[in-house]
Design a protein around this ligand. Structure first.
Ligand SMILES: Nc1nc2c(ncn2[C@@H]2O[C@H](COP(=O)(O)OP(=O)(O)OP(=O)(O)O)[C@@H](O)[C@H]2O)c(=O)[nH]1
Length: 381
C-alpha cells in the first residue's frame, strides 16, 4: 500500500512541474513594441503623416530555429542560360536559321523583324539590330554558321548593353556622421512577384554575410506580411510589420528603416503594395513612403518588379511606376516562364534603367544578378 502511495506522490509532482513550465515559458513571437524585454521598435514620424499606424507596428522575431543556408548568388545566371538554351529559344534558333540562308531576300529580313517583335524586343531595338545586321552581312558576306552566330551574338549583346551598371547600391550612407542602412524599396503591380523577390533578395544578402531587416509595407493584404515574415524567418531575418490590415505603409517603412538604423543593419528591404487604381493614388502612396523613409535614411535603390510573361502588356504600367517612383533598377521575374527574352531589351529602353536581377523560378534561390553575356548565350542556345 505504502508503495502505491509513493507512486501517486511522484506522479502528482511530475504533473505539477509540467503544468508550471507550460505557464512560465514566455511567448517571444509577436511581442508588442512597448514590451521592453523584447526587440525595439522605432516610433513613427511625429508630423502626423504616419499617425494612423502609430503603435501598430510590430517587430517580428524570426520564428524558425532551424535556419537555412542560402546558395551564393554567383553562377545562378548559368541556370537561366541553360534553361533558355534547352527551351530551344525561338528567338536565337529562328534568327540563326534565317541568317544562315544562302541569299537573304527582303522576305527574309521581314521574317527576322517579325521574330524579334514576337520576342517582345520592341520596335526601336529591333530596327537597330536589323540595320546593324544588314550592314555587317553586306560588308562581310558571312555565311559560315560559326561566323553568323558570332555576328548575331555581338549585335544582340549591343542591344542588351553589357556596359550598364547592374550592381545594387548597397553602400551604407552616412547622415550627419551616423552610418545608416542601405534602403531598398521594392515597387510594382500586384502579382508580379514583389514579396517573393524581397524574400529571395534577403537570402542573397544573407549569403553575402550582410545583416538585413524586412519592412512589410504591403499592408493591403495581411497575407503578404505573413508571406514576407516566413521568407525572413527561414534565414534569421526579422520583419517589421503592421499589426492590422490596412495600416499606414509609410509608417511601417519608416519603422523598418529606423529599426535597421538602431541595430546597425546593413540593408533594409521594403516591400510595398501595387494595388492602386490610378496614377494619382500611386503617386501619393509611393511619394509618402519615400518622403517619410528619407527622413531616417536616403533611398539607395528603388527596384521595379516586372513579370516577364506579361511582355509588352506590362510596359504601360511599368512606365507609370517609372514616372512616379524614381526607379533605379528592374527585377524581371518569371523569366523561366517565357521564351520571349526580348522583353529585357524593351523594358530597359522604355524606362532607361538597367535590369539588375532576374527571377528564374519559384524556388527560394531562383533569383540571379542579371548578366548580359550569359543571357545572350542562352538566347542563342
Ligand atoms: N515561375 C516563377 N514564379 C514566380 C517568380 N517570382 C514570383 N513568382 C510567383 O508569382 C506569384 C506572385 O508572387 P508574389 O511575390 O506574391 O507577388 P506580389 O507582387 O508580391 O503580389 P501582391 O502581394 O499581391 O502585390 C507567386 O506564386 C510566386 O511564387 C519567378 O521568377 N518565376
Amino acid at each position: 500500500m505504502t508503495d502505491y502511495l509513493w507512486l501517486w506522490i511522484v506522479l502528482g509532482l511530475l504533473l505539477l512541474v509540467g503544468l508550471g513550465s507550460a505557464l512560465v515559458v514566455p511567448r517571444l513571437r509577436g511581442r508588442r513594441p512597448d514590451d521592453t524585454s523584447g526587440p525595439t521598435t522605432a516610433a513613427p514620424p511625429d508630423d502626423g503623416t504616419a499617425a494612423d499606424a502609430g503603435g501598430d507596428v510590430l517587430v517580428e522575431e524570426p520564428a524558425a530555429p532551424a535556419l537555412e543556408t542560402p546558395e551564393p548568388a554567383a553562377g545562378r545566371m548559368v541556370r537561366l542560360r541553360d534553361r533558355l538554351a534547352r527551351s530551344g529559344s525561338p528567338l536565337g534558333a529562328r534568327l540563326l536559321s534565317v541568317l544562315s540562308r544562302d541569299t537573304l531576300t527582303e522576305d527574309d529580313w521581314d521574317e527576322l523583324e517579325e521574330t524579334l517583335l514576337l520576342a517582345d524586343i520592341g520596335t526601336g531595338p529591333a530596327e537597330e539590330l536589323l540595320e546593324a545586321l544588314r550592314t555587317r552581312v553586306r560588308v562581310l558576306g558571312v555565311r559560315e554558321p560559326d561566323a553568323v552566330r558570332e555576328l548575331l551574338r555581338s549585335e544582340l549583346l549591343k542591344v542588351v548593353d553589357p556596359t550598364l551598371d547592374r550592381s545594387l547600391a548597397l553602400e551604407r550612407p552616412v547622415v550627419d556622421g551616423v552610418t545608416k542602412p542601405a534602403v531598398v524599396l521594392v515597387v510594382g503591380v500586384n502579382g508580379t512577384g514583389k514579396t517573393t523577390t524581397v524574400g529571395k533578395l534577403a537570402r542573397v544578402l544573407v549569403a553575402e554575410d550582410r545583416s538585413v531587416v524586412l519592412g512589410a509595407a504591403d499592408t493591403f493584404r495581411a497575407a503578404a506580411a505573413d508571406q514576407l515574415q516566413t521568407w525572413g524567418a527561414r534565414v534569421g531575418v526579422e520583419t517589421v510589420r503592421s499589426e492590422r490590415e490596412g495600416g499606414d505603409p509609410a509608417a511601417v517603412a519608416f519603422d523598418a528603416v529606423r529599426t535597421g538604423s538602431t541595430r546597425g543593419t546593413d540593408v533594409v528591404l521594403v516591400d510595398t503594395a501595387g494595388r492602386l487604381q490610378n496614377k494619382a493614388g500611386l503617386m501619393d502612396e509611393l511619394g509618402k513612403i519615400s518622403r517619410v523613409v528619407t527622413r531616417e535614411a536616403p533611398l539607395g535603390e528603388v527596384l521595379l518588379v516586372l513579370d516577364a510573361t506579361t511582355g509588352q502588356n506590362g510596359m504601360q504600367q511599368a512606365k507609370v511606376f517609372g514616372e512616379v517612383a524614381g526607379v533605379t533598377g528592374i527585377v524581371l521575374t518569371k523569366l523561366d516562364g517565357t521564351a520571349k527574352g526580348g522583353i529585357v531589351v524593351a523594358v530597359q529602353r522604355e524606362l532607361g534603367v538597367p535590369v539588375k536581377l532576374v527571377g528564374l523560378g519559384e524556388g527560394p534561390d531562383d533569383l540571379a544578378p542579371f548578366d548580359a553575356e550569359q543571357f545572350v548565350d542562352g538566347l542563342l542556345g
